[in-house]
Design a protein around this ligand. Sequence first.
Ligand SMILES: [Ca+2]
Length: 451
Amino acid sequence: MQQILNLIGRTLAVSLALLGPVISAADASRRPNILVIVADDLGYADLGFQGGTDIPTPYINSIAGNGARFTNGYVSGPYCSPTRAGLLTGRYQQRFGHEFNPGGEGAAAGKGEIGLPLSETTIANRFKDAGYVTGLVGKWHLGASPKFHPQNRGFDEYFGFLGGANTYFNKQTTSILRGTEKQSEPTYLTDAFGREAVSFVDRHQSKPFFLYLAFNAVHTPLEADEERLKKFSAINESQRRTYAAMLSAMDDAVGNVLKKLRESQLEENTLIFFISDNGGPTMRGTTINGSINTPLRGSKRTTLEGGVRVPFAIQWKGQIAPGTVFDRPVIQLDIQPTALAAAGLEIRAEWKFDGVNLLPFIKGQATGVPHETLYWRLGEQNAIRHGDWKLVQYDLHVESSPTKGVSQKKLYHLAKDVGETRDLAADYPDKVKELEKIWQKWNSELVKPLW
Ligand SMILES: [Ca+2]
């Protein structure tokens, strides 16, 4: 009898192995946890794993070191709210009118009745439906009225602020919410977000979780705690010194979450993403928060690489080989399908994802590339990357002597000219026409901006 049971057990194990990532409902408790960490307005060159040297970021670096880093990682917009809309839906946000920030940034953000359209299903909705406990710690920026509240968009738990920016010192403010309750927060905000993320992991160990940890670091206001500022006294330039302290705080917070996962023996069973929501901001060529985007040109608010190409890494111990470098274009829209596939959950065609599951590509199991073409539109600005060619029309505020409006269409070959310095449009008119045609087809599928 025992032999027969053993045989059945082995046969079952083999059958399950052949099913690959598909996990039965009975195994829901063993589904991987998903942790999506988003930084705000991070410079392209500032993290250690991106080549930065003056600001140690060992914990964020460890995500790339333990897993894969993407050298051609993108977001689908050049600033906060639209790229978060894309991240949470897995779709180009211009398909549902979320092309611009809802009401600008700062205190005004989210005062109005605008936010992530209720027609859209979020990654949190999908993981919640699959039996996950879901949480958001940090910045929302997808609408502030009750119907847009994170807990009405698939998140079981919420700690953070609803707008596009917030002070880091909230002892005297009430913009921090736990759920829907306003509260003051005595701790430096980045440390508080780390504390809440650790607590979330600590409280949810018996059930798979989806945690979206959306720092507002290193977005303005430039505010750091005294202790960390002292740590960077060797940096003379005060803006950069404050930025360094803010980034270091975020790295510490990430480190605390990673430690908690390790202590809880959840590290192997947690898929982790790290990405910035857009590039570092500049105005007239001068940095706004102390970030550095080299070797890229342009910044936040532009469709140049400096606006939309970002640090992007993924870790899944035992699944992704440490030190993997993936150099074909990927985009934040891929996070949702990748996470769902990792969890063995069904991805339905009617969801019309623009993103794809990256795991087979990272593991070298899939031929081809995740995306032959990536697209951008932000009002008059636009861009298309097709293979290594990019056709772009960008906001002229990036120029040191800016004129209003957008540039002519420029053609760059990114593999040879990542800094977008040599416009080849006049040399390759047929390439310009080809890319223009592909972009127009995509553009014809979009709707008018809702605001
Ligand atoms: Ca941002």
